[in-house]
Design a protein around this ligand. Structure first.
Ligand code: CA
Ligand code: CA
Length: 314
């Protein structure tokens, strides 16, 4: 069964308010799950991926940014992962119930006139651009995502608590079925960058025309910033925007050697940074790959980073 009981109930009832809680029907996008069975798979860069990355950048840049994406076997247990990123709408309900304690208290990293800056007036409500309620929430720190998830678990009391996915779970989910795992992206390698706009909200010519970029995909999706979480063609696990819209928190600590951290949640904070996966709406093509791994301090917010829910499978 793909949906949690609560989600199924929401669909059957078909009203805006569920009997078990006041989570609205439209919020169910954040709570629709796909089950992925326990398995082992080959994670990391595939054949020729490193050659392309070095050709696009340099050997030094590759070593600094991408050498930890080693090709190796990793295994996951049965798990469920949300089809969509957590929406602004659901996060807004959480924040309202918490009296907006997370609003604007420490700023959010955005690209300003002089590059990256912690913009103290930017926050998840006003991330320097307009968002709709079904867009992904962003400008949320890892710690804030955990607070939100704790609230959601208390509110809905699911059989298996909601949590963030591990890095190994996330990358498997992003790669899709076996057939798609032979590609850097779930729509293929797409070296020319002409196919991406069909499959995810990526950095594209629409963004480049709005604000000049160093490198974008060579297609046009008409979306400069974020888009609905239920947009573009999903991968064949039925998951949307695994490589687009916002980059996503995992619960795994970050190590240059992924085998140390990828299979579990770093709840003890053994590692300084948390691992983020996927690509945001402004990421150049070199970062928009299933194998890419990012590291972020747990307390910082970025206007390209959000999250999606996962849970243990029944
Ligand atoms: Ca776009
Ligand atoms: Ca995403």
């Amino acid at each position: 069964m793909f949906f949690r009981n609560i989600t199924l109930l929401l669909i059957l009832v078909g009203t805006t308010v569920d009997a078990k809680s006041d989570i609205k029907l439209s919020y169910s996008k954040s709570l629709a799950f796909t089950k992925i069975e326990a398995q082992c798979y080959m994670k990391g860069q595939l054949e020729n991926e490193n050659e392309w990355l070095i050709a696009e950048t340099s050997k030094e840049y590759y070593t600094e940014k991408f050498s930890g994406e080693t090709y190796h076997n990793t295994c996951v247990n049965d798990f469920k992962i949300a089809k969509h990123e957590v929406t602004l709408e659901l996060y807004q309900q959480y924040a309202t119930e918490k009296n907006d304690i997370t609003v604007g208290d420490a700023g959010c990293y955005v690209v300003g006139d002089n590059g990256w800056e912690n913009n103290l007036s930017a926050n998840w409500r006003t991330p320097t651009f307009q968002q709709q309620l079904d867009h992904p929430v962003l400008c949320i720190s890892y710690y804030e995502s955990l607070e939100f998830i704790a609230w959601l678990n208390m509110k809905l009391n699911p059989e298996s608590p909601y949590r963030l996915p591990t890095e190994s779970e996330w990358e498997l989910a992003a790669r899709g079925s076996q057939k798609q795992r032979i590609s850097w992206r779930y729509w293929g390698n797409d070296k020319e960058g002409t196919q991406a706009c069909k499959y995810g909200n990526v950095s594209d010519l629409s963004l480049d025309e709005f604000q000049k970029q160093d490198s974008t995909f060579k297609c046009r999706d008409g979306v400069v910033h974020t888009e609905s979480v239920h947009s573009y063609v999903p991968n064949d696990f039925g998951l949307y925007n695994m490589l687009g819209n916002v980059q996503e928190f995992t619960c795994s600590g970050f190590s240059e050697n992924p085998t140390e951290t990828e299979g579990s949640c770093d709840t003890q904070e053994k590692y300084e940074n948390i691992t983020v996966k996927g690509a945001a709406w402004y990421y150049p093509p070199i970062f928009n790959r299933a194998a890419f791994r990012g590291a972020l301090p747990r307390h910082l917010r970025f206007y390209g980073v959000g999250f999606r829910l996962a849970q243990d499978s029944d």
